[in-house]
Write a protein that binds this ligand. Structure first.
Ligand code: SF4
Ligand code: SF4
Length: 97
């Protein structure tokens, strides 16, 4: 059975065009690559996205996260947090070597 996207339960990047009330409203984001940043973050003059949609992780390039399998996210859900001025996946957990 096809697994659905890992949903983004909260996003602190309130300046992002897809963010309304700390919810992401685009279908799928891309995370990474070297850092677990939200690559879909975009500042625009107007808000975008689709109000009825709650975003999920479409693809993740952060291979050293325990939740990353074949460049896809397997976490039940994720949070996006602000880190040094940019949005990062707060659910990222580094694989222990
Ligand atoms: S998860 Fe990414 S695209 Fe969605 S609102 Fe947050 S920063 Fe924007
Ligand atoms: S939890 Fe890990 S695999 Fe999932 S989006 Fe965040 S960094 Fe990528």
């Amino acid at each position: 059975m096809q697994k659905s996207f890992s949903p983004i339960v909260e996003c602190d990047a309130i300046d992002c065009a897809y963010n309304k009330n700390r919810q992401c409203h685009t279908h799928a984001i891309t995370v990474g690559d070297e850092e677990p940043c939200c690559d879909t973050f975009y500042c625009a003059r107007h808000k975008g996205g689709i109000q009825d949609v709650i975003g999920g992780v479409g693809a993740c390039k952060v291979e050293d996260c325990v939740y990353n399998k074949s460049l896809e996210c397997t976490a039940k859900s994720i949070h996006i947090v602000m880190n040094m001025g940019h949005p990062d996946c707060g659910t990222y957990k580094k694989v222990q070597s």
